[in-house]
Design a protein around this ligand. Structure first.
Ligand code: ZN
Length: 339
């Protein structure tokens, strides 16, 4: 057929003369249902240039969301979590936040920097913000949510709980620094994704796990999948990386640091040349996804245990994704292992 796979572009699937899909080629390359979907995409005029599209409204017109709370402002992040007048109850509970009435930011990052600069409790701020965000999402999907009057007390409580499960800091910054299990937040705006794989010999299966953490250690999403046992450990680890990357892609994350304990897979992804290993096709797929991130880093960490994945994936039968949470019995393990 004269087509080398790595060089295939959508362009190759279009007959240049007729400006129609090359159906024979489509049928040779894709499953019948995929062929049907592709043929359903109408090809425009030959002189049309590539351009950005906005598929989320029928008209293709970009629209801003109006804040559900006050119904009067467009809902950007600063409004939704800080400026919305409906949040007065939260931010006026403590005089520390009174600069809300005097200084205005349109940039959330500047707001965070200000909180840090003037020495306000950044941890508490982050926890309140997280609760407000969580509350907003719960309401959006029709779930019951914490009342605004409870938010500050709830944030203090959660912060206390979080601090209680933190591992003891080593007495000096020397001896066992490289093995110390401590939480290290990614440099904003990077999000950290921990991935892992675990073998379940008894059931002839493997568990894949991924947890996405924000810069204050909040869990954005977690995932567990049980798959048939791959041939090799490296195959399993490649599958775990692929699963983690796909989750980040699905969530439209732009800057991520991927962390896991597979040195082989980390190297294969970073390498220039094509991987000829059994997991080579997964590496290629991972690289394709990686290209779509604004910033991407992958690092290899030595990890003694992987009980998060064990616990996450042990009892799932297929693929499970949890948004903004991990099952409660996993959380303490996660917090001590997340480093
Ligand atoms: Zn509002």
């Amino acid at each position: 057929m004269g087509i080398e796979f790595p060089k295939v572009r959508v362009n190759s699937l279009i007959n240049a003369q007729t400006r129609n899909w090359d159906v024979d080629l489509l049928q040779a390359l894709f499953k019948p249902e995929e062929v049907q979907l592709i043929r359903g995409i109408s090809l425009g005029d030959v002189s049309a240039r590539d351009k950005m599209i906005w598929p989320h409204t029928q008209s293709g017109t970009y629209t801003e969301e109006i804040c559900d709370h006050c119904k009067s402002h467009s809902e950007d992040i600063v409004h939704a979590l800080w400026l919305c007048p409906c949040l007065n109850e939260v931010w006026e509970a403590d005089t520390g936040w009174s600069f809300r009435n005097t200084v205005r930011w349109d940039d959330f990052q500047k707001l965070i920097l200000h909180v840090e600069e003037v020495g306000l409790d950044l941890d508490l701020f982050a926890m309140i913000i997280w609760l407000l965000w969580h509350r907003r999402n719960q309401i959006k999907v029709g779930n019951s949510a914490t009342s605004l009057g409870q938010i500050v007390a709830c944030a203090r409580q959660q912060l206390q709980d979080y601090n209680l499960v933190q591992p003891m800091k080593p007495a000096t910054e020397s001896a066992n620094l490289h093995t110390a299990v401590t939480w290290s937040p990614p440099r904003a705006p990077f999000l950290k994704i921990n991935y892992n794989g675990a073998v379940f010999q008894d059931s002839n299966s493997a568990g894949l796990g991924a947890v996405i953490l924000d810069s204050v250690g909040g869990v954005l999403a977690s995932l567990a999948e049980n798959i048939p046992l791959p041939q090799t450990v490296a195959d399993m680890e490649a599958a775990a990386v692929r699963r983690a990357i796909m989750l980040a892609t699905d969530l439209n994350l732009s800057s991520i640091v991927l962390k896991g304990d597979s040195e082989i897979i980390t190297r294969a992804i970073q390498a220039e040349e094509q991987s000829l290993a059994s997991y080579g096709n997964l590496i290629e797929e991972i690289r394709l996804h990686v290209d779509s991130f604004l910033n991407f880093r992958i690092t290899h960490v030595k990890r003694k245990r992987n009980s998060v994945t064990h616990r996450l994936a042990r009892h799932v039968s297929d693929l499970v994704v949890w948004m903004e949470e991990v099952p409660s019995h996993i959380l303490p393990v996660l917090l001590t292992e997340a480093g």
